[in-house]
Design a binder for this molecule. Structure first.
Ligand code: SP5
Ligand code: ZN
Length: 343
């Protein structure tokens, strides 16, 4: 399997995130991507290629122009006032009230975000741009006939909406790739999100559409981030009714239970009959994950890969979460090799 990755993606390296009342070292670190690469290389998954640099057209199919411009310029504005810290939002709009874009930088940070765990620093922009380019190059390779490709997207994307960053995400790489498939002529694309956390950004982007099926298996939002979305009764909006499927699972979920949800997810995808499958691949379902509470072991990820291959679809894997750094390479590699072995 080909992997797409750019070293520019390592340049986003936050000093800290607000976690349980303290500024802790960021869980979403460049080390994650480096350790995945090391494992893919040592176990010979296949060639690792750099993404083709692209303009912003494909990003702007999903994200608001003003949001993209904000992400590109906000750090320089912040740096003039605060030369020694990352930009972190701390104030948000009141629930359910009209929100005006303020001029003030703290107001704008709050306007365009949903949490305080997603810092912005000098090289956030080149990193998130390169991450989106990685998704798009991998998407094109699938379009051109590769059975599967791994886009090692980092920073991740599934919590980002068209104009909100958060949950370590800025550009929604999976949504950008799904839209690119449609713009290249596909009629239906499915996204299978297997990150521990519900992909709220992806759901919001596609919830009123019937050309992208979004299926997500995740920790019950009643007890896990992102808390406000991902419940089973959210099934899509207007003409998108029936094209969102949430399969929340309780804390402590092990492979037996997870596998049944995966079967349900894959059955829904098969009924939808998409031309392409995008897997939002998070391995924070691993038992050793420091911020998550599922009980999957490394071998389970191989079975997961095999099961996903049974869908029989051209498949684009895009990286999302996974924070147990000692095992992240092995767990990702197991999904990808499990997939390949099933072919
Ligand atoms: C891409 C991705 O995986 N983003 C996840 C962002 C989660 N950030 C906040 C996590 C809060 C975790 N609280 C720990 C409580 C443990 N039960
Ligand atoms: Zn996650």
């Amino acid at each position: 399997m080909l992997t797409v990755f750019s070293t520019d993606q390592l340049r986003h390296a936050g000093r800290g995130e607000l976690h349980r009342g303290q500024l802790l070292p960021c869980f979403e670190s460049p080390k994650r991507a480096q350790l995945i690469l090391d494992e893919l290389e040592s176990r010979n998954l296949g060639e690792i290629i750099a993404p083709e640099p692209r303009g912003l057209e494909a990003v702007l199919r999903i994200h608001d122009a003003a949001y993209v411009d904000f992400l590109q310029t906000v750090f320089d504005r912040w740096h003039e006032i605060h030369p020694d810290s990352d930009a972190i939002p701390h104030t948000w709009n009141l629930r359910g009230t009209q929100s005006t874009l303020p001029q003030n930088i703290y107001g704008q940070l709050g306007y365009y975000s949903c949490d305080a765990s997603t810092p912005i620093m000098a090289d956030t922009w080149p990193a998130i741009k390169a991450s989106a380019d990685t998704a798009l190059t991998a998407q094109r390779l699938v379009l051109e006939g590769q059975r599967s490709v791994f886009g090692l997207t980092r920073p991740p994307g599934h919590h980002a909406t068209s104009d909100v960053f958060g949950g370590y995400c800025f550009f929604n790489n999976a949504a950008i790739a799904a839209q690119a498939f449609l713009d290249d002529g596909a009629e239906r694309v499915a996204i299978l999100d297997i990150d521990y956390h519900h992909g709220n950004g992806t759901q919001i982007i596609f919830e009123d559409r019937n050309d992208v099926l979004v299926v997500s298996i995740h920790a019950d939002p009643a007890e896990a981030y992102p808390y406000f979305m991902g419940y089973a009764n959210e099934t899509g909006v207007a003409s998108g009714k029936g094209f969102t499927l949430n399969l929340p699972l309780p804390e402590g979920t092990d492979w037996r239970r997870y596998q049944r949800a995966l079967e349900t997810a894959l059955a829904a995808i098969s009924r939808f009959a998409p031309e392409h499958l995008i897997v939002s691949l998070g391995v924070d379902t691993f038992a050793g994950d420091p911020i998550s509470r599922f009980q999957l072991n490394s071998n389970d990820f191989s079975i997961m890969g095999r099961q996903i291959a049974q869908a029989g679809l051209p498949t684009l894997f895009l990286m999302e979460g996974g924070y147990a750094v000692d095992d992240i390479g092995c767990n990702v590699m197991n999904v990808l090799t499990g997939f390949e072995e099933a072919l």
